[in-house]
Ligand binder design. Structure first.
Ligand SMILES: CC(C)(COP(=O)(O)OP(=O)(O)OC[C@H]1O[C@@H](n2cnc3c(N)ncnc32)[C@H](O)[C@@H]1OP(=O)(O)O)[C@@H](O)C(=O)NCCC(=O)NCCS
Length: 139
């Protein structure tokens, strides 16, 4: 059994290790900075799944007043295909609906084909948009 709860400061090191294991980090990004920025938002939308006092999965959610967002969905490899990511998605969807959020979306790196199948079976569809980005603060 596992529980889902908002992230706490004590989880940071484990979360970074999990993201590295799941290949979600990139050399030009600093995961600790991403985590601390998000914790400061205090919106309880950055969720972790915990089993036997260990963080085994994450989902960094957000709501910008127009769209809900999902980032950093990751499950420890040995706990994959047990429904944990599905439970995290269902949990964030409930939280977003309770905030009045009408639509949730996410970005997938082009090379990450497996995760697209995961999202499609949860009724996510391709928005067919090009995502542009610009860095405002060099970390
Ligand atoms: C994608 C990921 C989060 C899925 O987590 P999970 O807990 O294993 O997912 P679930 O057990 O809830 O999967 C539910 C269903 O999604 C589909 N699915 C999950 N992983 C899949 C994969 N790798 N390939 C194809 N379909 C997949 C299956 O239909 C699965 O049901 P089944 O196990 O009965 O066949 C996990 O594989 C992961 O952490 N990957 C590495 C990190 C990553 O790429 N994150 C996404 C960043 S955008």
């Amino acid at each position: 059994m596992f529980i889902i709860r908002p992230i706490e400061n004590k989880d940071v090191d484990t979360v970074v290790e999990l993201w590295e294991t799941c290949h979600l980090t990139r050399p030009w990004n600093h995961p600790e900075i991403d985590i601390f920025r998000k914790i400061q938002q205090k919106d309880d939308l950055f969720l972790v799944a915990e089993k036997d006092h260990m963080v085994i999965a994450t989902l960094m959610g957000g709501y910008d007043g127009h769209r809900g967002w999902i980032h950093y969905l990751a499950v420890q490899p040995k706990y994959q295909r047990l429904g944990i990511a599905t439970a995290l998605i269902q949990n964030i969807e409930k939280r977003l609906i309770a905030m009045g959020c009408p639509k949730v979306q996410l970005m997938v790196r082009a090379e990450n084909h497996a995760v697209i199948q995961f999202y499609e079976q949860l009724d996510f569809t391709d928005n067919k948009v090009t995502c542009l980005g610009k860095r405002l603060i060099p970390d």
